[in-house]
Design a protein around this ligand. Structure first.
Ligand SMILES: Nc1ncnc2c1ncn2[C@@H]1O[C@H](COP(=O)(O)OP(=O)(O)OP(=O)(O)O)[C@@H](O)[C@H]1O
Ligand SMILES: Cc1cn([C@H]2C[C@H](O)[C@@H](COP(=O)(O)O)O2)c(=O)[nH]c1=O
Length: 205
């Protein structure tokens, strides 16, 4: 049986991560994995309701962090852990690194509070692989402007995204064994080529 993997996609809004999820899911399926594709905040009925609040309702930064982790608790219990226990591979569009990057880096919530929430909600669960799609802020902004109406996070100023991006890169340096930083300011075909190599090396390990 294939080893079940937990793979997360991260990056600032507009970095291009969601564009590549179907491609990576396809690579994993070709290798014989049954794949559950999901997202945060969300992934469950309650999580999607919380997502709607989180993306559209102003709130205290600690409320925001707590709701992110409440949605995550449900997501882990209802989707992620059962899938991994069945032997399925889970691909999630964002996970806890996003809380460190957005609530910690962007909003300046103390990282010790996020450590405490992480240790409470998933003390023994970490992604096997985190793909961090990295782009300069102005590239992400241009892509978002062309794509859709901005939600609460996407309306933030450039210093918020600079700090969010910096925290993502800091975590990538802290956890090099699971992070791969992908230069997402390239043609989609070039990024797919690199993703093919990364997934092949993870599957071969
Ligand atoms: N390499 C690329 N070159 C040009 N455009 C791209 C590239 N990657 C993605 N895009 C476009 O940028 C926009 C944002 O992409 P996408 O939705 O994948 O970003 P995201 O990182 O998932 O953002 P969010 O987190 O806000 O959902 C889309 O219109 C997409 O087609
Ligand atoms: C999991 C998580 C997400 N966020 C933010 C990041 C994005 O702005 C939105 C989700 O939108 P997407 O288009 O699906 O990427 O939520 C956050 O601030 N903290 C988190 O933990």
């Amino acid at each position: 049986m294939k080893k079940a993997l937990f793979i997360t996609f991260e990056g600032i809004d507009g970095a291009g991560k969601s564009t590549h999820i179907p491609f990576v899911v396809g690579l994993l399926q070709q290798a014989g994995h049954k794949v559950i594709s999901t997202r945060e905040p969300g992934g469950t009925k309650l999580g999607e309701q919380l997502r709607d609040l989180l993306l559209h309702q102003a709130m205290h930064l600690e409320t925001e962090a707590l709701l992110m982790f409440a949605a995550r608790r449900e997501h882990i219990a209802q989707v992620i852990e059962p899938a991994l226990a069945r032997g399925d591979t889970v691909v999630s569009d964002r996970f806890t690194d996003a809380s460190f990057a957005y609530q910690g880096g962007g909003r300046k919530l103390a990282l010790s509070k996020l450590d405490a929430l992480e240790n409470w909600v998933h003390p023994h669960l970490q992604p096997d692989l985190t793909l961090l799609f990295d782009v300069p802020l102005e590239v992400a902004r241009t892509r978002l402007d062309a794509a859709r109406d901005p939600d609460k996070f996407e309306q933030e100023q450039s210093n918020f995204f600079a700090d969010t991006r910096a925290e993502y890169l800091r975590r990538a340096a802290e956890f090099p064994e699971r992070f791969r930083v992908i230069n997402s300011n390239r043609a989609i075909a070039d990024i797919q080529h690199e993703l093919t190599q990364i997934i092949a090396s993870v599957l071969a390990a």
